[in-house]
Design a protein around this ligand. Structure first.
Ligand code: FES
Length: 149
């Protein structure tokens, strides 16, 4: 009799633990599915300017990739034209492009697409269009991209 009284709370506790484990497992499985079908609201292109950092944070010949709405943007301090920004989404199959200071080109690693840093035009490879340019401006020693200049 004493064993039955003692085992009831333990049984209830084990049932509770089991339910917590099942709920955690379901959340782990369903969370990504829900996020896929109902992604967080992110603007394709932000309506407000995005701060990149201090104006001198990108030395000549270097770049910085920043979040720009739903997708990243690539900001390059070019030798010829100074600070320029482009969508970092390749116009072929939407891989993310990177600046290569050794080659002096913006490169897409997926299918060897190459873009010119001065205007985003296609140098070679399968991309059908240039990278989308993004406006750049400086205000109070801070570099911004996008929005109203
Ligand atoms: S996705 Fe960039 S070259 Fe194919």
């Amino acid at each position: 009799m004493a064993d039955n009284k003692a085992s009831l709370p333990r049984r209830g506790f084990l049932k509770l633990i089991n339910q917590v484990i099942v709920a955690t497992g379901l959340a782990a499985i369903l969370g990504p599915v829900v996020a896929f079908f109902w992604p967080a609201e992110l603007e394709e292109v932000p309506s407000e300017p995005v701060a990149v950092g201090p104006v001198d944070s990108i030395p000549v010949g270097e770049s910085k990739t920043v979040r720009f709405g739903r997708y990243p943007a690539l900001v390059i301090n070019t030798q010829d034209k100074g600070l320029l920004a482009y969508s970092a989404v390749c116009t072929h199959f939407a891989c993310i492009v990177k600046w290569n200071p050794e080659s002096g080109m913006i490169e897409c690693p997926c299918h060897e697409g190459y873009f010119h840093p001065n205007d985003g035009s296609v140098i070679s490879g399968p991309p059908p269009e240039p990278l989308a340019p993004i406006s750049v401006f400086i205000e109070d020693d801070t570099l911004f991209i996008g929005g109203e200049a």
